[in-house]
Design a protein around this ligand. Structure first.
Ligand code: PLP
Length: 378
């Protein structure tokens, strides 16, 4: 039996999503832009999914725009708002621990003349909302801060930051990458005070290749993708009806269980941490208030890749860092204050509500055996 503890990289599609994707492929394969009834049926299916996702974050359907995933959503949000609002206002404020999709989008803007302020956590790895607020001035067009860090599970104080920024400078656009928070902790547009929110399907048991961008009414984006004016002209290209239907189906299936799953996964995390404390030379790098879904640990003296492959040889799957970077170091753990040694031996265990204590027991046994065998062979 394999054990999959890499749910922050991607998740197993749920039955509801698979059934919806199949129905989209086999029955509703018309083009939503067609004027005949096959097109209308496909469009209705897209709009049904749009409403489910809109309801789940507390906004109107027309504020949800489907994309190919959160990477595209964040590119659209950041570049599109900079093009719309950044003619005179040239400052962007962000955190130093963003996912590459946000970080690289902002880096591109920096190359074209934007001034970027990247806020780091303090020496204990804690972000102070005031650091963001103080960095925002009348020259700022955009503030982009993620909700849950994908490598450590750290929950950034987005609500506090965005609310204070909006009070001081109501015209500043706020963007939040909510990928690792969506369907795990509450993500509500009102509470976050976000103008733009990036979401991904495959992190919540849908298919890969689908995501969404929430755009608050009144926020203007210059489209990054031009063409047939689908999605209200903001994201051209024929909509992937099956994947969008699958995305809607998994949100519908998960949304009623967010709290129950959170409680269950919190228990699992507690159990995992107590079992880890029985082993020697393990450091838990995630802070105690982090999302229970992501636990970053270091195994002293053993490089991440070596332990990852040892675990893999026992059909246990974890990540060495951010899966999107194919093992390349992102520098995020250094930002959180980890020494080089700890960062080099870091593993990310990311849980799901379908995981069990028995799986954790097996993981601990294999980890312990790995520690002994790998260190002995050195
Ligand atoms: N943002 C965060 C925090 C992520 O963890 C990821 C994927 O790992 C992404 C964005 C990118 O999402 P997608 O794969 O849908 O482009």
């Amino acid at each position: 039996m394999s054990i999959y503890f890499d749910n922050a990289s991607t998740t197993k599609p749920c039955r509801e999503a698979i059934e919806a994707v199949n129905r989209g492929l086999s029955e509703l394969w018309g083009n939503p832009s067609s004027l005949h009834s096959m097109g209308v049926k496909a469009q209705l299916a897209v709009d049904e999914a749009r409403k489910i996702i809109a309801d789940s974050i507390g906004c109107e359907s027309r504020c949800i725009y489907f994309t190919s995933g959160a990477t595209e959503s964040s590119n659209m949000a950041i570049k599109g708002s900079a093009m719309a609002y950044g003619k005179r206002k040239k400052r962007i404020v962000t955190s130093s621990v963003e996912h590459s999709s946000v970080k690289e989008s902002i880096n591109e803007l920096e190359k074209s003349g934007f001034e970027v302020v990247r806020i780091s956590p303090d020496k204990n790895g804690i972000f102070n909302p005031d650091d963001f607020i103080n960095a925002v001035d009348e020259n700022t067009c955009l503030v982009s801060v993620m909700l849950v860090n994908n490598e450590t599970g750290y929950i950034l104080p987005v609500r506090k930051i965005f609310s204070a920024v909006k009070r001081k400078f109501p015209d500043v656009v706020t963007h939040c990458d909510c990928v690792q928070g969506f369907m795990k902790i509450p993500v509500k547009t009102r509470e976050l005070n976000a103008d733009l929110i990036s979401l991904s399907g495959h992190k919540i048991h849908s298919a890969k290749g689908v995501g969404a961008l929430y755009i608050k009414k009144g926020i203007r984006l210059i489209p990054v993708i031009n063409g047939g004016k689908q999605e209200n002209g903001i994201r051209s290209g024929t909509e992937s009806v099956p994947l969008i239907m699958g995305f809607g189906a998994s949100v519908k299936a998960l949304n009623p269980h967010i709290e129950g799953h959170y409680r269950y996964v919190s228990e699992l995390k507690k159990y995992l941490c107590s079992r880890l404390s029985e082993l020697d030379d393990i450091t838990i790098n995630s802070n105690p208030d982090a999302s229970p879904y992501i636990i970053n640990i270091s195994v002293s003296g053993i490089r991440s890749e070596i332990m990852l492959h040892w675990l893999e040889s026992h059909e246990i799957y974890v990540s060495s860092g951010s899966a999107c970077s194919k093992g390349a170091k992102s520098g995020v753990l250094d930002e959180f204050g980890l020494s080089q040694k700890l960062a080099d031996s870091a593993l990310r265990i990311s849980l799901d509500f379908s995981d069990t204590k028995e799986e954790i027991d097996k993981f601990i046994d294999v980890l312990k055996e790995g520690q002994q065998k790998i260190l002995k062979s050195k």
